[in-house]
Write a protein that binds this ligand. Structure first.
Ligand code: DON
Length: 574
């Protein structure tokens, strides 16, 4: 209307104003989705790994819902859209910063070990780890926490009804959607386990073979389960029909989750871990995740180094950052576990003083060997599936959440009649101290299995404030790489001052002490850089890291969303 009016009263000033308004409108509100990976907006922004899920969140804003409604709708939708990554049978963490509260809420809805679980449950009589036992089938599943977490958060902060926020996920499940390449790849990769269970085959197979790219995936039973949750809330999952099916069917198939385990599942509201970095306040997830502690530790170790001068991607900077990562992972193995069960010296681990001591262990010209930083035993390597999303609105509400069923397609076991694919999160425990796991690494003592305990995670949903205002929120999937990808993206944005898209999309690297090497992801650094790193004593391995960072920045009052272009996600604002 305003534009028309201006047009009718044509003059130079009017034309200038019109152009300015047009520029403002195109840059701030109406996003043409020709670039799904980047968006700018004024009122709210969503970055997630699933286009349907991002749109589900947007729908909630359009209905008059708030950022929490959007986050809950997104979480349920992505449970349907990315069954390889997350689902009702999984768990996760969610950081929520409201404009009213100084400190973000940190919700922990991580899976819990069933009451019948035992420290040695994945070992044979000779105390040897039975290959695959903690990864495949119902015995690898922890008690799912996702639904309890989402409903708890919605109840406290949501504006819309459960029926409204579950609407999009029910529709996606019942109508179905086209299988995309990453999902097809995951189904195929896990076909051996999926095909063991007729209930899994029924959904993810067609004509006796794994669903292919472009075919439609319909999840009717999952739709029914979602409807039960919409109608009955927590009782629609942890009690009654759904719970009975989970308990009976998983036990029939060799699992140990009971009705009591489900009824006793506890969401925990934790204090996030926090620290500072170059004038910013950083909040992230504490135990049972190792992620936040080590993101802070890595930033602390590097805070006084002139990284920006060295240059992003310079051998000197890569060496220092990798060496800081290496040291963080030594501590991960030694100190981290579920704080409800073991003592974790969080305060010391994230203190600036300790970081100074750690920094002294790094020679600027020479890589540390495995033994020179060795303390006790290394930790297990993790698989590379999970999902992350980030939402921010103009009022200062920020949500950063990482959710997972652990490995691709979790345990591979769909609870018959429910569409719920159970997680294989039990593999995130140390199956035995010193035992090599599937990835050739060994486990730490504080992370041994105990009934009711939560397995150690690397998930690092993170929120960063400057002058008390949220300026960046981010996270990513990809096992142990999560925390190094998050730390690196923060460095790229805040220390190297790169635009957010570049900070997210540039070449990444990872060091986790064991194996003692720098893993360099897609579009690796030039050969000359690699050579200099080798000359410093590093081993180099070229292999994508699997991280798909979902970030939102607040830049001059404009919300800037970036969904990692390595994935199939979507950033969308309004
Ligand atoms: O909690 C963890 O750290 C793992 N279960 C996450 C697994 C994961 O990220 C796989 N990723 N893409």
């Amino acid at each position: 209307m305003k534009l028309l009016h201006l047009h009718n009263n044509f003059n130079l000033a009017g034309l200038m104003l019109k152009i300015l308004i047009l520029i403002f409108l195109t840059s701030c509100s109406s996003q043409k989705i020709d670039n799904p990976y980047q968006a700018y907006s004024k009122r709210y922004m969503i970055s997630s790994q699933g286009p349907l899920s991002t749109k589900a969140a947007k729908k909630m804003f359009e209905k008059g819902g708030n950022a929490v409604d959007a986050a809950i709708a997104l979480s349920f939708a992505i449970s349907v859209e990315r069954p390889q990554s997350t689902g009702l049978g999984g768990g996760g963490f969610l950081l929520l910063k409201t404009p009213e509260e100084k400190t973000p809420y940190a919700y922990d809805f991580r899976e819990m070990a069933p009451q019948l679980s035992r420290e040695k449950m994945y070992l044979d009589k000779q105390n040897k780890v039975v290959k695959g036992k903690s990864l495949n089938g119902p015995l690898s599943a922890g008690v799912p926490g996702l639904v309890a977490g989402l409903l708890t958060i919605h109840k406290k902060f949501g504006k819309l009804t459960l029926k409204e926020v579950l609407g999009p996920s029910i529709e996606i499940a019942e109508k179905g959607f086209k299988v995309y390449p990453h999902l097809a790849k995951a189904i195929k990769a896990r076909s051996k386990t999926l095909s063991r269970f007729p209930s899994s085959k029924k959904i993810f197979y067609r004509n006796g073979r794994p669903l292919r790219n472009g075919e439609t995936l319909v999840q009717k039973d999952l739709g029914k389960t979602l409807r039960r949750i919409a109608k009955k809330g927590i009782k629609g999952f942890y009690y009654g029909t759904t719970a009975e099916k989970i308990a009976i069917e998983n036990q029939k198939a060799g699992g140990i989750i009971t009705l009591q385990d489900l009824a006793q599942y506890q969401v925990r509201l934790r204090k996030p871990v926090s620290g500072t970095f170059k004038g910013h306040k950083v909040y992230s997830m504490g135990p049972p995740s190792s992620g936040g502690i080590h993101v802070l530790q890595i930033l602390n170790i590097l805070e006084n180094d002139p990284l920006e001068k060295m240059g992003m991607g310079s051998p000197e900077a890569i060496h220092l950052i990798s060496s800081a990562m290496q040291l963080a992972f030594v501590d991960r193995a030694r100190y981290l576990g579920d704080e409800d069960f073991v003592r974790v010296p969080t305060k010391n681990l994230i203190s600036k003083k300790y970081a100074v001591a750690l920094r002294k262990k790094i020679n600027p010209l020479k890589a540390n060997t495995f033994d020179s930083v060795k303390e006790k035993t290394p930790f297990p390597y993790e698989s590379d599936e999970t999902t992350h999303f980030t939402i921010m609105d103009a009022q200062g509400t920020v949500i950063s959440s990482t959710q997972t069923i652990n490995g691709w397609m979790g345990s591979g076991f769909v609870v018959p009649g429910t569409g719920i694919l159970l997680n294989n999160e039990m593999d995130d425990f140390a199956t035995k101290v010193g035992a090599k796991n599937l990835f050739g690494a060994v486990g730490g003592e504080k992370n041994l299995i105990r009934p009711g305990k939560r397995p150690l995670s690397s998930m690092s949903p993170t929120i960063i404030l400057k002058n008390s205002r949220p300026v960046l929120a981010l996270g990513t999937p990809s096992g142990t790489r999560i925390l190094t990808c998050v730390a690196q993206t923060i460095l790229n944005y805040i220390e190297f001052k790169k635009p957010l898209f570049e900070a997210v999309s540039s070449t990444r690297f990872h060091h986790q002490w064991f194996p003692n090497e720098i893993r360099i992801g897609s579009s690796p650094f030039p050969k000359s850089t690699q050579k200099q790193l080798i000359n410093m004593g590093h081993k180099i391995r070229l292999k994508p890291l699997g991280c798909k960072v979902q970030a939102i920045g607040l830049e001059k009052n404009i919300l800037h969303g970036v969904s990692d272009p390595r994935g199939e996600g979507l950033s969308l604002g309004g």
